[in-house]
Design a protein around this ligand. Structure first.
Ligand SMILES: Nc1nc2c(c(=O)[nH]1)N[C@H]1C(S)=C(S)[C@@H](COP(=O)(O)OP(=O)(O)OC[C@H]3O[C@@H](n4cnc5c(=O)[nH]c(N)nc54)[C@H](O)[C@@H]3O)O[C@H]1N2
Ligand SMILES: Nc1nc2c(c(=O)[nH]1)N[C@H]1C(S)=C(S)[C@@H](COP(=O)(O)OP(=O)(O)OC[C@H]3O[C@@H](n4cnc5c(=O)[nH]c(N)nc54)[C@H](O)[C@@H]3O)O[C@H]1N2
Ligand code: SF4
Ligand SMILES: [Mo]
Length: 736
């Protein structure tokens, strides 16, 4: 008998509703849920691939223990695996101190309720300062700039794309990625709707991406020069008297005069040569932004994984403020998430702001950002002897060997660890170094709510997916695994019963705080949450919903499997602010100094050699979905894109092989000649390079590709956020 289940797709930030047809535990069909209040039936090929992902024979289903001497793996029971960890990990920490443990949290953690809630619990139990995540190969610059300007690391304005008349998009390709730091299903449909209603889209990208093709204008900027380009727009706005901050925020904006003074250095004629964009085009775009009834500037990964990531991310919102588009319909707005927290909790309008660098990394002295160190220091922290050296690692849903810079070095560093645990669904390039791999339950056996992504959505939406079935005997829920690791790190032992100890303690602390804020009895609140024996992530989610701005309950969400629409984005200024001053800090000191010390001097140099950038493909998901035949079949997608003029000059042939060398490393890759990339720029997608010994991903191995991050250096990072530079890497290319 076929039953139907509704789930939010956990694979990318778009949060599409899926309709799953089930025969018992088997998925027979995946469709878009046309009743989903947000996605209305949209889905992409990755969503359909969930069926294959669930049954992939290469997935790790039971705990694996590696015998180091023979480098072979064997199945273990859960008790055995935790006993082994409980035996090894505390000994290492007792001998060498808490910082001897490093923890790396990967991207899927942001799409999964269990790590969203319990990673922090585990990290606190670990009492190590060596915390790392994919954030510093991704959006950390935006979190830093938004934190400094608006007060929290999640105070990120999102473009109100459903209402905007003009979208200026830099370093993003939502036709492939389906959007990032801008959650909305059916990006293609929403973007096309802007043009259909007479609006305009301008895409700034060294590549003529699919998104650029579907826009009104492609600006073929030179990589890594978005900050200069945006400041030239700012300069034009000032010099042509086009600055018009909206009335409702004007009284809260601090630092306009400083921005005006900085912008003087960035006249369009001055930056044109650096950016490779005509001065007239920059001026025209500035005028268009100012004249549009509403407009939003949006920057994504291309603007972050570069030398001036934080300044570029800041400049995006500076233009939004100066054109009167921050916090207005059709502009860049703040979401109000149903789970509260961050910029919805507390009194509002003022807060503690953000502080960085409360600690420095041991070897190179780089500051922490939001409690974590940049991944560019991870390898050296493992390699360099002395007090505080990392000797053991836990990875949760991460594949840093493919996703972090100078991968070969990191690969060697991980191999040198005394002990490593990976909570993961595959034995891949990273987890093959583990001593123990702890798999997770089926995706359908867990509840799902996108705590992070819903707070970056272009509408206020709340959707919970209840488990479709219970875990199978022999499976272990991911949240329970994280609690059990926390228990071991806390010294509570490795037995299963630490799960409830850790979970009860966690909810106790949260309830205490929430009850104090709401002026209710903690015991009463706890009793409501724990009705029906609810525990784990669901109990905590229920607390967040009840104390969130709409006062929802988890039961309400369960009754509405297609989601609850809480309406379009609404202006939230000044209540959304959490800066110490209670103002929009348009000219934070850190950023102003960086503009003066690095960005202005950068105007004197133009890199004339080739530079390497990345790209994404609709059928890939970072490094981990290449083992699904349905997604990798067809043409090779891990190729070097080269402009035809460059190809002629370099004697490269289409389909031939090239050697690409940077100061850090070199790779050999198939050439694809295309005029969809500007001259002087070449592109390789990340997440490939599946030829490591010891990995268990047979299909990925057949389509191995090369690991572009062999070419990225740990010495190139944005100093304001610690974020790695993964785009705009100087390279030399020669035929092989
Ligand atoms: N050159 C270059 N490098 C890049 C980028 C780029 O644009 N260019 N992009 C960067 C970005 S934006 C990101 S986010 C990072 C990603 O970097 P990472 O997060 O380090 O890598 P992923 O490829 O996302 O690996 C995800 C891992 O999670 C596992 N996994 C999947 N589902 C689950 C689950 O439910 N539970 C658990 N426990 N594990 C699971 C997978 O098997 C895989 O091992 O890469 C970055 N690296
Ligand atoms: N299909 C698919 N979807 C994904 C992912 C995936 O791997 N596959 N990953 C997910 C993740 S983790 C993230 S963070 C998001 C990212 O989502 P997006 O930011 O939309 O990422 P990309 O599709 O890589 O688009 C980045 C664009 O920036 C351009 N670019 C590179 N360097 C520069 C530069 O210096 N300046 C400018 N202006 N442009 C530049 C590239 O040519 C590319 O077209 O996607 C998410 N969605
Ligand atoms: S766009 Fe993203 S959320 Fe939607 S089906 Fe594809 S992978 Fe899933
Ligand atoms: Mo990402």
């Amino acid at each position: 008998m076929t039953t139907i289940a509704y789930r939010t797709c956990p694979l990318c930030e778009a949060t599409c509703g899926l309709e799953l047809h089930m025969e018992g535990r088997d998925i027979t069909l995946v469709r878009g849920d046309k009743d989903d209040v947000f996605s209305k039936g949209f889905l992409c090929p990755k969503g359909t691939a969930i069926k294959e992902l669930e049954t992939d024979p290469d997935r790790v289903r039971v705990p694996q223990i590696r015998d180091r001497a023979s480098d072979t793996w064997r199945d273990a029971t859960w008790d055995e695996a935790f006993a082994y960890i409980g035996d090894r990990l505390p000994t290492i920490l007792d001998t060498h101190g808490r910082d001897a443990l490093g923890i790396y949290m990967g991207n899927p953690c942001a799409h999964n309720l269990a790590p969203m809630i319990y990673n922090r619990v585990m990290n606190q139990a670990a009492r190590t300062t060596n915390l790392y995540s994919a954030s510093t190969v991704d959006q950390m610059p935006k979190q830093v700039s938004a934190g400094l300007m608006f007060g929290t690391g999640l105070s990120v304005p999102v473009p109100d794309i459903d209402h905007t008349d003009y979208l200026l998009m830099l370093g993003a390709n939502p036709f492939a990625s389906n959007g990032s730091l801008m959650t909305a299903p059916d990006m293609p449909g929403r973007l096309r709707a802007i043009r259909a209603r007479g609006g305009r889209i301008v895409v700034v990208d060294p590549r003529r991406s699919k998104t650029a093709e579907e826009s009104d204008e492609w600006v073929a900027l030179r990589p890594g020069t978005d900050a200069q380009f945006l400041l030239a727009i700012v300069q034009t706005l000032f010099s042509e008297n086009l600055v018009s901050v909206s009335d409702h925020i004007a009284e809260f904006v601090e630092g306009i005069e400083i921005v005006r003074e900085l912008a003087q250095y960035f006249a369009p004629e001055t930056v044109a040569g650096v950016c490779g964009v005509e001065a007239d085009a920059i001026r025209r775009i500035a005028r268009e932004l100012a004249a549009a009834p509403s407009a939003a500037v949006y920057g994504r990964i291309g603007t972050c994984v570069q030398e001036f990531g934080t300044v570029a991310s800041w400049a995006v919102d500076v233009v939004n403020v100066l054109t009167g588009n921050l916090d207005r319909r059709g502009g860049a707005m703040f979401n109000r998430p149903a789970t509260g927290g961050g910029n919805t909790a507390g009194a509002g309008g003022k807060g503690r702001g953000v502080r960085f660098g409360r600690r420095s990394s041991r070897v190179r002295g780089l500051p922490e950002f939001f409690g974590e160190f940049p991944v560019v220091v991870l390898a050296e922290e493992i390699e360099t002897p002395g007090d505080g050296q990392i000797r053991a690692m836990i990875t949760v849903a991460g594949n840093p060997v493919l996703s972090n810079p100078d991968s070969l070095r990191l690969d060697r560093a991980l191999a040198s660890l005394e002990f490593m645990v990976s909570v993961d669904i595959y034995r891949n390039e990273t987890t093959r170094h583990a001593d123990v791999i702890l798999p997770v339950e089926s995706m359908l056996a867990r509840g799902h709510y996108d705590i992070a992504l819903r707070s970056l959505a272009v509408r206020n939406i709340a959707t919970y997916s209840a488990p479709v079935y219970d875990i199978e005997p022999g499976q272990h829920r991911e949240w329970e695994t994280l609690c059990r690791l926390a228990g071991i790190l806390q010294g509570l032992g490795h037995e299963y019963d630490v799960v409830s100890t850790v979970d009860d303690f966690t909810i106790g602390v949260l309830v205490e705080k929430a009850a104090a804020r709401a002026g209710v009895e903690p015991a009463e609140l706890l009793a409501q949450l724990s009705a029906n024996g609810r525990r784990g992530p669901e109990r905590i989610l229920d607390l967040m919903l009840r104390t969130g701005p709409y006062g929802l309950t988890l039961d309400q969400l369960i009754e509405n499997p297609h989601g609850i629409d809480l309406g379009p984005l609404e202006p939230r200024m000044p209540e959304v602010l959490r800066t110490e001053s209670g103002r929009i800090e348009l000219a934070p000191e850190m950023i102003v100094n960086d503009v003066r010390e690095r960005l202005i001097p950068s105007l004197d140099r133009v890199h004339n050699g080739l530079t390497l950038i990345g790209r994404r493909d609709l059928r890939s998901n970072n490094s981990w979905m290449h083992n699904l035949r349905i997604l990798v079949k067809g043409k090779n997608r891990c190729t070097l894109h080269v402009n035809s003029n460059d190809a002629r000059r370099l004697l490269l042939t289409d389909g031939g092989m090239a050697r690409v060398a940077s100061k850090t490393g070199e790779v050999e890759i198939v050439v694809e000649i295309t005029d969809s990339i500007r001259e002087g720029v070449v592109s390789i997608p990340h997440g490939w390079g599946h030829d490591s010994n010891g990995a268990q991903m047979a299909i990925a191995r057949e389509h191995a590709g090369v690991n572009v991050n062999i070419l990225a250096s740990v010495n190139d990072f944005d100093p304001l956020s610690g974020n790695a530079v993964l785009s705009g890497i100087p390279v030399e290319v020669a035929p092989l």
